[in-house]
Each structure stands twice: as C-alpha cells, then as structure tokens.
Design a protein. Structure first.
Length: 191
C-alpha cells in the first residue's frame, strides 16, 4: 500500500476480532512510530502496552466507574462541554476500548507542549504503519482522564511524571472497514 493510499483509507476501527496481536508486531509498530519527526529530535515519547481483551475490559469497567462515580470529580476536572459529552456517551453505553485485543498508550512528559505535538505525530505514524500491516487502530481519548489519575498511573507501573496523551487500540479488523466520515471543506488562508 503506498503512503497516499494509506492516508486516505485509514479509519478509526471499532470492531475487532478476538485474535491477539503478538509482541513482535507491537514492537515493530513502536519501531515505526519512532520514525516520526520530533522537535530538536528530542524523541520525548514513551509507550505502554496493554495486552488482552479481558485486561482492557477490566480497565474499561474501572474507567467507566471513575467517570460516573458519585462525587463526579473526574467529570468536573474536564471542560463543561467535554464533561457533558463524555457523560452522555458513557450513560448510553458507548464502549471505551471496543473489545480490542491490545492497546498502546502514547506517553509524553507533562507540561511540555512540544512533546505533546511530537507524541501525537508518533501516534499517527503508528496508526498508519498498523494500517499498512493490515491491522486496525482507533485513537481513544475517552480513557485519558482515568489513566492520568496518579493512582491509575501507579497501578499500571508508569512513572508519575508522564501523561497518557492518547490510547491507540490495535487489532485485527472484524467486519467491513467503515467508510470515511465526511470531511468539511477546510478553511485555508493563502497568505
Ligand atoms: C484525539 C482523538 C481522540 C479520539 N477519541 C476517541 C474515543 O475516545 N473513542 C472513539 O471511538 N474514537 C475516538 N476517536 C476517533 C475519532 O472519532 C475518529 O478519528 C473520527 O471520527 C474520524 O474518523 P476516521 O478516523 O475513521 O477518519 C478519537 C480521535 C482522536 C484524533
């Protein structure tokens, strides 16, 4: 698949087969992700791998409970329109991890804007690479606030000074690949 075709045909995949993704494939994807550019070539990213549908299902249960718990602290930590959207999605039963067999957490140092850009570029590189290998991915922000609670980072064995910027689900696609959701005409200023 050439790069232009890959860019056009990559989709957020929300339906995965139960087939696991092996460790070598995940390592190869991370090796490709780090081909992304980074400011001053700092390569500030790191990665955490979570394997297994059951493990992700347990984390999804915990994340859902944390979002919707009685004191509402996690929702209150978000901008109001985000909190309202998240509450609506979760109350409607929208899945967080879509029964994917694995996830790669994209980690960036906290309070470092350029590192966030670098890590987001690495995430897109990883998703295109996975697509090129015939795998499906979905970027997930819905888990971010839960993963970034200090106790969750500690439970996962992650350092306290990183932030989980994005979760990238990964697996074999079940069923047909979705069509591209419509794109709006971009605003372009020719200066
Ligand atoms: C930062 C970010 C966060 C996202 N979070 C979620 C999410 O939590 N759950 C989900 O199912 N999709 C999530 N998506 C996927 C988007 O919904 C999807 O990319 C968008 O609808 C366009 O579809 P496409 O990727 O197939 O072109 C996220 C995408 C991005 C870039």
């Amino acid at each position: 698949m050439d790069v232009l075709q890959a860019i056009r045909s990559r989709r957020a995949i929300r339906s995965y087969s139960s087939e696991p993704v092996d460790k070598k494939t995940i390592s190869d994807l991370i090796d490709l992700a780090i081909c992304a550019p980074s400011a001053l070539n700092r390569q500030p990213w790191s990665f955490a791998v979570i394997e297994g549908r059951e493990r992700l299902a347990d984390l999804e249960t915990a994340a859902r409970a944390a979002w919707l718990d009685e004191d509402g602290a996690l929702l209150a930590s978000q901008p109001p329109e985000v909190a309202e959207h998240v509450r609506g999605l979760l109350q409607a039963g929208f899945p967080i991890f879509h029964e994917a067999p694995a996830a790669i957490l994209m980690l960036a140092p906290r309070d470092d804007t350029t590192a966030l850009i670098d890590t987001a570029l690495a995430a897109q590189t990883l998703m295109l690479a996975a697509h090129g290998m015939g795998l499906g991915t979905c970027p997930v922000a819905l888990s971010g606030a839960y993963f970034n609670v200090p106790a969750t980072l500690a439970d996962l064995g992650l350092p306290a000074d990183v932030q989980v910027l994005l979760t990238v689900l990964i697996g074999n696609v079940a069923g047909p690949r979705p069509d591209m959701p419509a794109r709006r005409e971009p605003t372009v200023y020719w200066c």
